[in-house]
Design a protein around this ligand. Structure first.
Ligand SMILES: Cc1cc2nc3c(=O)[nH]c(=O)nc-3n(C[C@H](O)[C@H](O)[C@H](O)COP(=O)(O)OP(=O)(O)OC[C@H]3O[C@@H](n4cnc5c(N)ncnc54)[C@H](O)[C@@H]3O)c2cc1C
Length: 576
């Protein structure tokens, strides 16, 4: 058995930022465990920027305005105590990252540059051209190397051990050798990222398969607001690869087959800089009503040419190269076909503003020694729809806070104990594929799941579609009981990992669908054609899915309306 004081699963921005904070105390032994090399974590793919009211290109901005935009952007399902903390702490976090060496883009006078992003009233996106995530991730990784933090790179977390409300540690799998191990830790933190891979068209990396949230769910922890999935309006047609919102922030237009800037009809004031849920629905409506472009008529155009060549080359090099490399289109010369693409997971593991995971039951008990931050968590700063650039911010602000909590509290936690018995479930899960036989292929089930979720639980939803989605997920879950893999060797067995990940995807997809079926209203990223308006009287509340013997059981909890330093923003009509 391996042992650490603190074990962090996930080496994206949230996990690394937390580890750095724990490592400030040299008497604490902290390790990170990650299924991909740290620098391949999805955070590194982030393009557009990270929000903070620095006021560098305006003097109108404030954390209050940032908080208001965030609450409104999230269609008022945002927990306002958390949004307040995130927006108030944003500037100091940015300066800290700058001092660590992050090469943010700048104005000629040396100040950090800021640009516009959807749903933000003021230009507050801090960026490193359109490779912001990469810049941040490499800087944090350097800091971890400097401090000598132990990294289990290409190890897979398989099972979370919780006994009597206390987290004991993990069962993990060494991808290189195929060995199962246990790691005991007084403090375990999940920073395992999002769950967008359940959709056919997605911006998410192959690793974004919701492992962490399902491990937590299986350990008896509820998952919150799973039905809220963000569809980003500008994925490359077909693949869904992201073209950053920074393109629209810099002035790109969206047009339909008639050459019309159709956002005029959906958000006349903000146009292409309305929040993502609104633009994704506008695009889908244009496509559904026959004004789509290309032979397939399944997309609309994003035209970068109004930005001008010089600025595109300087501020959007990645966008330019992605369009060329993956669609063969030169955005300097012609518009790029784009479509809504599954991008961000608003739901996740419920935790408080210090990263402490909570059961959210009557007594709101904590799971002692278990923490979460970043996209896998749901501290609910994004509510029903996240604003662009708020997620990198969430990862660093709450990664840092959770790291501090761990540093301060972990010495008071009792040493944990893992026994041979704790490995039984994980061993059985692996053995099932390594020794078993079956007539179903993992790849085929996964492809069917991703089609199903895209078509029946996508940008627009309805009772009829969701009923089909639920039936479909259950059929796929049944097929999965008969799934087998071809590779039974132990070295770098990606067949096995695919199977384990598919098990997770099938489990949380059911929660997305059940949450969406039950929520009879439209709010943020969840749009029901049969319930087209927001219904605060019945649905101004968070969804919690608990795992019962016979399937998920839904409960609901209140939205936090208690910021500390100002009055809360009451729900209002959301217009742009
Ligand atoms: C293409 C793209 C562009 C984006 N651009 C922006 C942007 O400009 N601004 C913005 O604010 N947000 C952006 N986002 C969102 C933002 O990047 C993410 O929400 C954020 O980076 C998530 O960070 P994280 O630390 O929570 O998780 P991630 O960076 O996703 O890291 C997850 C980690 O968990 C590990 N892991 C997962 N499961 C296991 C397991 N079973 N065992 C071991 N390890 C595991 C992975 O190896 C990985 O290290 C973008 C997202 C995408 C997909």
């Amino acid at each position: 058995m391996l042992q650490h004081d603190v074990l962090i699963v996930g080496s994206g921005l949230a996990g690394m930022r937390a580890a750095l904070e724990v490592a400030q105390d040299p008497t604490l032994d902290v390790a990170i465990l990650t299924k991909v090399h740290p620098l391949r974590s999805h955070s590194g793919a982030a393009q557009g920027g990270i929000a903070a009211s620095l006021n560098n290109s305006t003097d109108q901005d404030s954390w209050e305005l940032h908080m208001y935009d965030t609450v409104k952007g999230g269609d008022f399902l945002v927990d306002q105590n958390a949004a307040e903390i995130m927006t108030r702490e944003a500037p100091e976090n940015i300066f800290e990252l700058e001092h660590m060496g992050c090469a943010f883009s700048r104005y000629d006078d040396g100040r950090i540059a800021q640009r516009r992003f959807g749903g933000h009233t003021e230009p507050r996106a801090v960026y490193a051209t359109d490779r912001t995530g990469h810049a941040l991730l490499t800087v944090l990784f350097e800091q971890l190397l400097k401090l000598g933090v132990k990294v289990y790179s290409e190890w897979y977390a398989l099972d979370l051990i919780v006994r009597d409300g206390v987290c004991q540690g993990l069962v993990v799998y060494d991808i290189l050798t195929g060995q199962l191990e246990t790691i005991a830790a007084r403090g375990v933190m999940f920073a395992t990222g999002g769950y967008g891979r359940a959709f056919r068209v997605t911006t998410n990396s192959f690793a974004s398969t919701g492992d962490g949230i399902v491990l937590a769910y299986r350990a008896g922890i509820p998952l919150q607001d799973m039905e809220f999935v963000q569809f980003h309006p500008t994925g490359l047609q077909g693949s869904g690869i992201l073209l950053s919102e920074a393109a629209r922030g810099e002035g790109a237009h969206l047009t339909n087959a008639d050459g019309e800037r159709f956002m005029e009809r959906y958000a006349a004031e903000r146009m292409e800089l309305a929040p993502r849920d609104i633009i994704a629905r506008a695009e889908q409506t244009e496509i559904d009503e026959g004004r789509g472009v290309t032979d397939l008529r399944d997309s609309v155009f994003m035209d970068l040419r109004p930005i001008g060549e010089e600025r595109i080359r300087y501020a959007l090099p990645a966008v330019m190269h992605l369009a060329k490399d993956f669609a063969g289109i030169d955005p300097l010369k012609e518009p790029v076909p784009i479509q809504p693409t599954a991008h961000y997971s608003m739901g996740g593991i419920p935790c408080d503003v210090d990263g402490q995971v909570r059961l959210k039951d009557q007594e709101d008990r904590p799971i002692v020694g278990f923490f979460a931050a970043g996209e896998c968590s749901c501290v609910s700063v994004h509510g029903a729809n996240r604003l662009g650039t708020n997620s990198l911010l969430e990862a660093v602000v709450f990664g840092r806070r959770t790291g501090r909590t761990l540093r301060n509290r972990v010495k008071d936690l009792d040493p944990t104990r893992i026994t041979e018995g704790d490995m039984v479930d994980a061993v059985a899960e692996v053995d099932r594929f390594m020794t078993g036989h079956g007539d179903q292929k993992v790849g085929a089930i996964r492809a069917d799941l991703r089609d199903l979720m895209m078509e029946k639980c996508g940008v627009f939803r309805s009772q009829a579609l969701l009923d089909e989605a639920l039936g479909g997920v259950k059929d796929l879950q049944e097929r999965f009981t008969r799934a087998a893999i071809d590779d039974h060797t132990t070295t770098f067995n990606t067949d096995l990992l695919d199977a384990l990940e598919l098990g997770h995807m099938l489990e949380y997809s059911e929660l997305i669908v059940v949450g969406a079926l039950t929520r009879q209203e439209s709010r943020g990223g969840h749009a029901r054609v049969d319930f087209p308006t927001r219904d605060d009287e019945h649905w101004f509340k968070h969804t919690l899915a608990y795992r019962d013997e016979d399937g998920p059981r839904l409960e609901y909890s209140e939205v936090n309306m208690q910021p500390q330093y100002r009055d809360p923003y009451p729900p209002e009509e959301r217009k742009y």
